[in-house]
Write a protein that binds this ligand. Structure first.
Ligand SMILES: Nc1nc2c(ncn2[C@@H]2O[C@H](COP(=O)(O)OP(=O)(O)OP(=O)(O)O)[C@@H](O)[C@H]2O)c(=O)[nH]1
Ligand SMILES: [Zn+2]
Length: 199
């Protein structure tokens, strides 16, 4: 099925079911769901949730394959500061931050926009930051078959900020390295470049 892009593309049956669930939840938390401002809220919430989880219907491998080009460039390619918005699978609250991704081509480069698209496919699901990091890493590694791939994600978790432990400034960093990035020297060059403003 095509990914959700705009309201016309929402599956009406599923949207209506999710909408009914949201209406029930709103009633259960003590709201008057018939009051003016809330009349359309269950539908809006359903569409927002379906948008934020559209990654289940997308194929990250196909996205990468659609723009792979034979090229002899074999130095590091880094795309840093890619915005990440995901939902933690424990509380279904957002976690958000930045992904920094690098690969060393092995005969093929990939269209640059496809890397953030792959991030979104895996982020728009119920996730933990660790699995999100590895999903992206493994997808690039097995599809592009580069000489090396590196993924670092830095994120803040709303479930640790708005509730629970209520820590406002903690940032969680996860990382994964394959191929040449498993060598200290290559990994250090990548880490240095993502912390610089000139990379
Ligand atoms: N490892 C990991 N943990 C996460 C992530 N997102 C949320 N969590 C944690 O998942 C855990 C769930 O723990 P539980 O004790 O079952 O849930 P809880 O009672 O709501 O825990 P508190 O958040 O400590 O109040 C919490 O420690 C969350 O901080 C993530 O991406 N990775
Ligand atoms: Zn959580």
């Amino acid at each position: 099925m095509a990914p959700y892009r705009n309201l016309e593309e929402y599956n009406i049956e599923i949207t209506n079911e999710v909408k009914d669930h949201f209406a029930k939840i709103m009633g259960d938390i003590g709201e008057d769901i018939s009051r003016d401002g809330l009349v359309k809220t269950p539908e809006r919430a359903a569409k927002a949730m379906l948008f934020l989880t559209q990654g289940y219907k997308q194929d990250a491998t196909e996205i990468l394959k659609s723009a792979m080009f034979a090229e002899s460039y074999d130095d590091m390619v880094i795309i840093k500061d890619i915005e990440v918005y995901s939902l933690c699978e424990h509380h279904m609250l957002p976690f958000f931050g930045k992904a920094h991704i690098a690969y060393i081509p092995n005969g093929h480069i990939v269209g640059l926009s496809k890397i953030p698209r792959v991030v979104d496919v895996f982020a728009r699901r119920l996730q933990v930051q660790e699995r999100l990091t590895h999903d992206i890493l493994e997808c690039i590694n097995t599809t592009l078959k580069p000489k090396g791939v590196a993924v670092v994600i830095e994120a803040a978790h709303m479930c640790m900020m708005m509730r629970g432990v209520q820590k406002q400034n903690s940032v969680t960093t996860t990382s994964g390295f394959r191929g040449q990035f498993e060598k200290q020297e290559t990994r250090n060059e990548f880490l240095k470049l993502i912390s610089s403003d000139l990379s």
